[in-house]
Design a binder for this molecule. Structure first.
Ligand code: PEP
Length: 246
């Protein structure tokens, strides 16, 4: 919306293979990507297979540490060396499966920024929080460590993705009104930090975005694109969602 360039990121999670890399690469390279930022977030082992693309790539996670004895983790500098421009931090599956706290997520974002990567910081409430109408408080608590840990300069480089957990992989999308309301809230919290940063920050919606609901979501004033899970694994669906930003 407004002067912010739309961004659509496809989070493959632990899916895909070299064939999908090739198919998606060929399909996306034909897309006119001037009007939007298109980002593919494959499992990190596939990142080297994405060479010379007209779109960007991202890691799905990054270590908060610079280097060293952290078996299984990936450093921000390594993602950068593999050509990534972005990295997802704090996806709800990382928070759930790996017990990541909001402070750790903020530290990961800071580490990513120090290597020149744009963090896509994920927030979003579980169903029971939505049912008790405490979703704004919940998301605000997730954002506080980000505000406390990052400088204004760093904050100005970030992307924030709102992904209500009850909408992820469930086929149950937040209504455009529900999503817009939370996006406006997140932007108001950013504005309390800095009004210029708030106007410039891309806020993505994630949670069962499909070709048939993307356009209405992306038309909302404070929704600047999407973080796409399941539908990012099919070239036709992902391209249709990218085009729905226009
Ligand atoms: C996600 O996990 O980031 C996501 C939005 O998944 P899905 O689109 O499959 O709901």
């Amino acid at each position: 919306a407004m002067a912010r360039k739309p961004l659509v990121a496809g989070n493959w999670k632990m899916n895909g293979n070299p064939t999908l890399v090739r198919e998606m690469g060929d399909a996306l390279n034909k897309l006119d990507t001037d009007a939007m930022n298109v980002v593919v977030c494959p499992p990190s082992c596939f990142l080297p297979l994405f060479a010379n693309t007209s779109f960007a790539t991202a890691g799905q996670d990054v270590s908060a540490n610079e280097e060293g004895a952290h078996t299984g983790d990936i450093a921000a500098s390594m993602l950068r060396d593999l050509g990534c421009k972005y990295v997802i931090v704090g996806h709800s599956e990382r928070r759930q499966d790996h017990g990541e706290s909001s402070q750790l997520v903020a530290n990961k974002a800071k580490r990513a920024l120090s290597e020149g990567l744009v963090p896509i910081i994920c927030v979003g409430e579980p169903l029971e929080v939505r049912e008790s109408e405490k979703e704004q408080e919940y998301v605000e608590q997730q954002l506080l460590p980000v505000f406390e840990t990052l400088s204004k300069q760093e904050l100005s480089q970030c992307v924030v993705a709102y992904e209500p957990i009850w909408a992820i992989g469930t086929g149950k999308t937040a209504s455009p009104e529900q999503a817009q309301q939370m996006h406006a809230f997140i932007r108001s919290k950013l504005a309390e930090q800095d009004s210029v940063i708030a106007e410039g920050t891309r806020l993505l919606y994630g949670g069962s975005v499909k070709p048939d609901n993307a356009r209405e979501l992306f038309a909302q004033k404070d929704i600047d694109g999407g973080l796409i899970g399941g539908a990012s694994l099919k070239t036709d669906s992902f391209i249709a969602i990218c085009q729905a930003t226009q």
